[in-house]
Design a protein around this ligand. Structure first.
Ligand code: NDP
Length: 285
């Protein structure tokens, strides 16, 4: 059989992107399965996104991840969107099938897998989501599509918060409401799952936590965080103290990376390898 020296190319476009750790876990996963894939961490500024996507086609790249500031801007350069990506209005993963570029959003799906692994289902549950940015949109829309009973959005910026609640109501049929967030917020006692989907607590700001009334948390609640570095966030620490079941953001990050791996290679990702190398990476600082 003829040898194949050509590597399949994938990667991430972003700006800033230097500190994005995704390449570490994807490269480790490719190596573990002996796949000739390369994950490139590429700095692409706002004005060059169109050219960069042309590059995906020109180089026959298998796919690409998008991060700040490209998740929404990339939509107009793609050929198709999955249903969830279309509703969320943002794409973090592109798959190139022989020149046809399809946009998907795996953030919310990675979140749901983390819950499933912890034995938690969103079906019929009342979710309270702190934040209304990209991560909050992906988590709320996927949870709604997965059968959540009701979703409460809590956000500082009123327009963004109202918009997300309206999006869930009109596009998924799940009842959503919005509460402004201008002082310590008390979580309603009928909340089943509380999620911090803000950037509060992300390294190096590990001493910060969302401004909520922590005594409104109760044993039996599920409390989750999108923050992956440090996965032992102060927010989850406070919830644990009050007897809640906690689920960290590292699992979500690994799970969305594993989904991307499968979309590109067609193979199940070595999730333990990916999680192990990320943990080491974060411990090393
Ligand atoms: P965005 O910039 O789109 O949204 C940020 C959100 O955080 C907004 O709702 C913003 O509120 C809120 N926020 C930030 N600071 C404060 C504050 N001091 N008080 C109240 N609200 C605040 O970011 P993303 O949604 O893309 O990302 C959010 C976090 O999720 C990041 O830390 C990111 O690293 C993480 N993430 C983790 C993933 C994982 O796999 N674990 C996947 C994707 C993201 P406002 O609208 O009022 O400005």
């Amino acid at each position: 059989m003829a040898k194949n020296y050509r590597a399949e190319l994938v990667g991430v476009f972003g700006c800033p992107v230097d500190e994005n750790p995704t390449g570490v876990m994807e490269e480790a996963a490719f190596a573990a399965l002996g796949l000739n894939y390369r994950y490139l961490t590429v700095k692409v500024d706002q004005d060059n996104l169109e050219n960069a996507v042309k590059g995906v086609r020109a180089f026959n790249m298998r796919g690409i991840n998008l991060t700040i500031p490209h998740k929404v801007a990339v939509l107009k350069y793609l050929d198709a969107l999955t249903k969830a990506a279309e509703i969320i209005g943002a794409v973090n993963t592109v798959i190139n099938d022989q020149g046809k570029l399809t946009g998907e959003n795996t953030d919310g799906k990675g979140y749901l897998i983390s819950l499933t692994k912890a034995g938690v289902s969103v079906r019929g549950k009342h979710l309270t989501v702190l934040g209304a940015g990209g991560a909050a949109r992906a988590i709320s829309v996927e949870s709604a599509l997965a059968g959540a009973g009701r979703i409460t959005i809590v956000n500082r910026d009123i327009r963004r918060g109202e918009e997300l609640a309206a999006l869930i109501n009109t596009r998924t049929g799940v009842k959503a409401d919005y509460f402004p967030w201008n002082q310590a917020f008390s979580i309603s006692p009928d909340t089943d799952i509380l999620t911090n989907a803000t950037s509060i607590g992300l390294f190096p700001h590990i001493n910060e936590k969302p401004d909520i009334n922590y005594d409104s948390l109760r044993a039996g609640m599920v409390v989750t965080d999108v923050i992956f570095n440090d996965p032992n966030s102060l927010f989850l620490g406070e919830a644990k103290k009050r007897g809640a079941l906690t689920i960290d953001g590292l699992g979500m990050l690994v799970n969305q990376g594993a989904l991307n791996f499968k979309l590109w290679t067609g193979l199940e990702a070595p999730v333990e390898v990916m999680e192990g190398i990320l943990k080491k990476e974060f411990e090393a600082g």
